[in-house]
Design a protein around this ligand. Structure first.
Ligand SMILES: Cc1ncc(COP(=O)(O)O)c(C=O)c1O
Length: 383
């Protein structure tokens, strides 16, 4: 029997993620469209994104925060290409995005002093092996495996190297120890439910001094360049973007930030996401066909919640059949209008990835769970 209660919003994609509850295109009417982003109004709006993000997140006053091109990828690439080289680098990866940064540093930048610490889906590398005399590159939350680092205790406070953290699916949903991170990146379309295309880049004073004292041996395209004549281009961190941003997207993210302020800020935002993880955890506990991809509870992401199918029947299928059945499961829920885009990421083990970030209402998450059982049993029965 199909469950009777349907999620009001079937948006459980891990990016772009659900818009905030109550969102409507009418809020975009306030956008400074058709105006220069360098006019006073455009600059004010860009500065508002920076200032409100900084204040909501509690970013230290001496950190720079800027809006950069090409989403989170753009922000990470700017950092890797501008900063790496003078020291060895420890590259931590436990799913495909982290693995992408490993490839970049080893195959594109071809850094010889790079060491990869890699773990399989569902696990973390041994964090005690990290050498903080090196620069360290890692994701806070591995979006495609649903594994996050549990906290920042493993990061040395008096490190010599820089910590470069891709935190795109964590910021606003998880606590970050800003002082232990030298570069932090994220994008608007994840936890905030904003739009794609724009990256946020936060830099510690130590990251800035590296930028001002080191010139990489490789060429840097204009959209990566953060210094001029050996000095930081401070304007980038006041809203004078390197190239043209979308003022529609800017308006949209201002609305998202205003919503976070309205609900009570960062703490309430995190609680909303943790409540979604808790709902899934309770259901997993009672359900015999499914388990978390992350075996250790303290590593389980509250945003990109990744599940694997543990049913012995499913485990007995061959690899391609497992992938096909898991796809069918997600497709069935999409066709019913119950859940969009919850198939696991293409490189991850077949299963489900359900976004539980701040913009997802807990009642929708609760309403989804009986549907997962329904769809799974339909797929298993060959329906
Ligand atoms: C951990 C991580 N890094 C990088 C990216 C790429 O982000 P963007 O598309 O904003 O460049 C994603 C997107 O899902 C991600 O989850």
């Amino acid at each position: 029997m199909q469950p009777s209660n349907r999620p009001k919003r079937p948006h459980f994609s891990s990016g772009p993620c659900a818009k905030r509850p109550g969102w409507s295109t009418s809020l975009l009417e306030a956008a400074a469209v058709g105006r220069s982003h360098r006019a006073k109004i455009g600059k004010q709006k860009l500065a508002a994104v920076i200032d409100r993000s900084r204040s909501l997140l509690g970013i230290p006053a001496d950190y720079r925060l800027g809006i950069v091109p090409a989403s989170d990828t753009g922000a990470v690439e700017m950092a890797l290409w501008s900063l790496l080289g003078p020291r060895g680098v420890d590259l931590l990866a436990w799913e495909s995005f982290g693995a992408g940064w490993v490839t970049d540093v080893t195959r594109q930048l071809k850094l010889e002093k790079a060491r990869s610490l890699v773990a399989d889906y569902g696990e973390l590398p041994d964090l005690s092996e990290v050498d903080f005399g090196n620069d360290v590159v890692f994701t806070w939350n591995g979006t495609t495996s649903g594994v996050r680092v549990p906290n920042g205790d493993w990061i040395s406070a008096d490190r010599a190297g820089l910590t470069i953290c891709d935190a795109t699916s964590a910021v606003f949903a998880m606590d970050l120890p800003w002082e232990k991170l030298d570069v932090i990146t994220w994008s608007w379309q994840k936890v905030l439910g904003g739009e794609g295309g724009h990256g946020m880049l936060a830099l510690s004073p130590r990251a800035v001094s590296r930028l001002e004292s080191y010139v990489p041996p490789w060429p840097l395209p204009k959209i990566f360049r953060m210094t001029k004549g050996g000095k930081l281009i401070e304007g980038i961190f006041r809203g004078e973007t390197i190239n043209t941003p979308s003022l529609l997207c800017v308006e949209d993210v201002i609305d998202a930030l205003a919503w976070i302020e309205e609900i009570g800020g960062q703490r309430v935002a995190q609680e909303r996401s943790e409540a979604n993880l808790a709902s899934i955890a309770r259901w997993v506990e009672q359900t015999d066909w499914v388990g978390f991809l992350a075996a250790r509870p303290e590593l389980r992401s509250c945003t990109s919640i990744c599940l694997q199918i543990t049913d012995p029947w499913f485990r007995g299928l061959d690899e391609s059949e497992r992938a096909a059945r898991a796809k069918q499961l997600a497709a069935r829920l999409e066709a019913e209008g119950i859940a969009y885009d919850i198939g696991s990421y293409r490189d991850a083990p077949p299963g489900l990835r359900i976004w539980g970030g701040v913009t997802v209402e807990n009642e929708d998450m609760e309403a989804l769970l009986p549907w997962l059982d329904w769809a799974y049993h339909e797929v298993k029965a060959g329906g």
